[in-house]
Design a protein around this ligand. Structure first.
Ligand code: 5RP
Length: 232
């Protein structure tokens, strides 16, 4: 197994072990969250974890939850989410995030923001000094508004590109039937301000800046043959 995959496994396992019986759990999306769902499913199947309910953040996470025997519910049916566990594309020193590498950030933000405890699981390559320095900022937009929104994003100093699909002609279409603009900002010095400014553009559903939501980051680290998990 390559070092990045080993780090992902360790943080996924560590996060899944924090879930307790009776909890309502937000299930993140992406490759690290997928491993976490697998480890959570192992605990459910073994009988160690009982009476949990999970709120998925994407089609991907609901399919995985079904596959691993984790009971699903919806945001509208629960009165609380005890814990949400999700991956990230960038994490800054204040634990603000860029998410949306899997185009799931709209539902991820709904679930992660509502959780009593939001745990982020990443390998050490995701830690950055400032957001926007290694990853483009995803913005989900209504299809009929993508040109108009793109122009508004340029006025905010960004360079938007429509995210194109792989193994399908045309653009990526989100679980909600919308499009994604990936926006280059050289460096995002005030993520709280930019998050609000982008969400104020008509036609924008949600952007991938997650500001002030994170309670704990579990970071996978590799030192030679040894893989460890650091809390941050
Ligand atoms: C999906 C996300 C993912 O959590 C993020 O892209 C990280 O994914 P991975 O764990 O595969 O690196 O935000 O929209």
């Amino acid at each position: 197994m390559d070092p990045v995959t080993r780090m992902k496994h360790e943080v996924a396992k560590a996060a899944a072990s924090r879930v307790q019986s009776g909890m309502v759990v937000g299930l993140g999306s992406g490759s690290t969250a997928a491993l976490m769902i697998q480890y959570l499913g192992d605990r459910v199947r073994s009988g160690e974890l009982t009476n949990i309910q999970a709120v998925p953040t994407s089609f991907q996470s609901s399919v995985l939850a079904n596959e691993y025997g984790i009971p699903l519910t919806t945001l509208n049916e629960v009165d609380r989410i005890d814990i949400a566990i999700d991956g990230a594309d960038e994490v800054d020193p204040q634990r603000n995030l860029i998410k949306g590498g899997g185009a799931c950030h709209t539902r991820e933000k709904l679930v992660d923001a509502r959780a009593e405890q939001f745990i982020v699981v990443v390998d050490s390559s995701k830690l950055v000094e400032a957001l926007g320095t290694t990853f483009l900022l995803p913005v989900e937009v209504l299809p009929e508004a993508y040109i108009q929104v793109g122009k508004a994003l340029e006025k905010l100093g960004g360079q938007p590109t429509l995210r194109m699909a792989v193994k399908k002609a045309g653009p990526v279409v989100t679980d909600q039937g919308n499009l994604v603009l990936d926006v280059k900002f050289d460096r995002i010095d005030n993520p709280a301000e930019l998050e609000k400014a982008i969400n104020n553009i008509p036609g924008v559903l949600e952007n991938g800046l997650f500001v002030g939501l994170t309670d704990l980051v579990l970071v996978g680290e590799v030192d030679g043959d040894r893989v460890s998990v650091r809390e941050f």
